[in-house]
Design a protein. Sequence first.
Length: 283
Amino acid sequence: MTEWYNETLYPEVAQRFVIKNIVFRERTEHQDLVIFENPVMGRILALDGIIQTTEGDEFIYHEMLTHVPILAHGKAKEILIIGGGDGGMAREAMKHRGVERVTMVEIDRSVVDMCVKYIPSIGAEAFKNKKLNLVIDDGAAFVKHCKDKFDVIIIDSTDPQGPGAVLFTREFYADCKRCLTKGGILVTQNGVPFFQPDELGNTAKRLKSLFKNTAFYLGAVPTYYGGFMAFGWGSDSAVHRDIPIKEAATRFKASGIATRYYTPELHVGCFALPRFIQKLMAG
Ligand code: SAM
């Protein structure tokens, strides 16, 4: 009898995955954690009933939330990742030779430990990398008291519920802004606008009240279903946001990084928004 994992992100629509086998399951201090195997997507991490990352398509999300801001910045040395417990974001960020340190603030130690143990292909290498400074803490508390400055801050959080809710507030974004170097860039995991329009609209309002240059860019991640996934962008430097395709290509070539999704053409094209998302952004 086929067993299915039914995602419970939305009450009226849902995606489901055949469960080949449950690899690990526990109620951690913060959330319900499941790692299971699917014949198509490989190993899948779900938290509180929501698909977080899969071996099959994690590269799309992790490449777009790292290479776009880091290549746009051009001289990023210090990176802060809030969340990111599977290690994929840190893995991609540390591929940049100019990046000297990645501070990753993950609230749930179990996510790190179980992803290293049961989905090593995503981020196990990252946790061995000397550039990584892993902090187990609430990201909101961390930035509230942080005295360090970062060139790029990446919010690789769960959705705005449970422990992730605080990572979508204006107060949190304001604290992040204070932790940015001059011209630094904040990027956020900002959901699927077709099914989560308020998430984009709210973030747009909050970022616009804090940054001179606010934008969203898009990526197509199959297991974040419902069309494009949106990534929020906040910076006081307009220069970074508008690097021409030739410059993106030059920087990407110089990085020597091999990607499976990111391209310089996409770097520029991903900021082009469909009308309905432009309207959500305009508020
Ligand atoms: N790719 C996923 C997405 O787009 O929803 C995110 C994956 S990553 C596993 C999300 C991480 O955020 C989880 O490991 C979770 O424990 C962490 N997280 C949630 N709330 C947090 C908080 N307040 N501070 C730090 N980490 C948090």
